[in-house]
Design a protein around this ligand. Structure first.
Ligand SMILES: [Zn+2]
Length: 315
């Protein structure tokens, strides 16, 4: 057994650098931004079960049918029937289209249950199949993994893309795009360390954002959790986009997310009260991943800065 204080000290060792004061002073503007659309988060509705298996013969005949069956074979081995309710409902009637002229590599449209994949980007299919496996449509409301769309409002997009790509990397290593959503993947990896893999995968596949937030409420305040979801949406929207005047706010939000993760994790450790050696190893892993998140975020921000300078020179 190891005393909580020693473990606590390790967790907040030098590798966990605190938020810089100068940055805080600069960014009063970002502090005043309130999380949007968060209060609209709904409980996932119950929808009647339609299928409890996938029709291999029918699916094999579709475009990319072999790949879809490969995905189905793996996930039906890994997840329970309850977790796969959305998957079975959607997979048997999915429409697949290969597109040529659009910007994204691929997308899934839950309302019409359709995946469109750009030619030569077929590897993106597996990520999209996770969106299919976690989507539920209730009238005009869409519940897609950790994301909810209602009346033109979207919430949880960053959280959802991060965890979708995390699962893709976990179960389909050979079908990933290493440049996709790296910051979001790291953030959701750290969240999973707090929530546990079993619960987080279950909440994702059953499109249950509300339960994920409830789980986090055991270790942090509701308002900070709301900010996390909103900040992650902001990062997802602007971190990889064309250079605009978002650099400082992005950096501020990244640091705010890192602080949240650190605080929530430490609160969880405190609630456990007694720690063993395995827990200490986990804590050091958590601390390393926090550093990696900071470095990865800084890398993408530097990329944006370069683009911004090039654009200014051209003017
Ligand atoms: Zn996606």
């Amino acid at each position: 057994m190891i005393c909580l204080n020693i473990a606590f000290m390790l967790a907040i060792s030098a590798s966990l650098v605190s938020l810089s004061n100068s940055l805080e002073k600069k960014l009063t503007i970002a502090k005043n931004l309130k999380p949007k659309n968060i209060r609209r988060i709904k409980v996932t509705p119950e929808i009647e079960k339609t299928y409890t298996s996938f029709d291999k013969d029918k699916i094999e005949k579709k475009k990319l049918g072999i790949e879809i069956c490969d995905f189905a074979t793996t996930i039906t081995k890994v997840f329970s029937e309850q977790e796969l309710e959305n998957f079975y409902r959607n997979i048997n009637n999915v429409k697949i289209k290969k597109g040529l002229f659009f910007k994204a590599c691929a997308y899934y449209a839950p309302l019409v249950n359709k995946i469109v994949v750009k030619k030569s980007k077929e590897n993106s299919l597996y990520h999209e199949l996770f969106h299919l496996a976690s989507s539920k449509v209730d009238g005009k409301n869409l519940f897609v993994g950790f994301c909810q769309y209602q009346d033109g409002n979207v919430v949880g997009l960053g959280l959802n893309e991060g965890y979708t790509e995390l699962l893709n990397r976990r179960y389909f290593k050979n079908h990933i795009n290493p440049n996709s959503y790296n910051v979001e993947v790291l953030i959701t990896t750290l969240l999973e360390s707090i929530v546990t893999k079993e619960k987080m995968e279950y909440f994702y596949l059953t499109s249950d954002l509300k339960s994920l937030l409830k789980e986090l409420q055991k270790y942090n305040s509701n308002i900070k959790i709301m900010h996390l979801v909103a900040d992650l949406d902001y990062l997802n929207k602007y971190l990889y986009s064309e250079p605009k005047k978002h650099q400082e706010i992005l950096l501020y939000k990244l640091e705010k997310i890192i602080s949240f993760l650190k605080e929530t994790y430490i609160n969880k450790l405190k609630s456990l009260n007694i720690l063993n050696e395995n827990t200490v190893v986990e804590m050091l892993n958590f601390s390393e991943k926090l550093n990696l998140l900071r470095e990865t975020g800084a890398f993408f921000l530097a990329e944006k800065e370069n683009l911004l300078q090039k654009t200014n020179k051209k003017r």
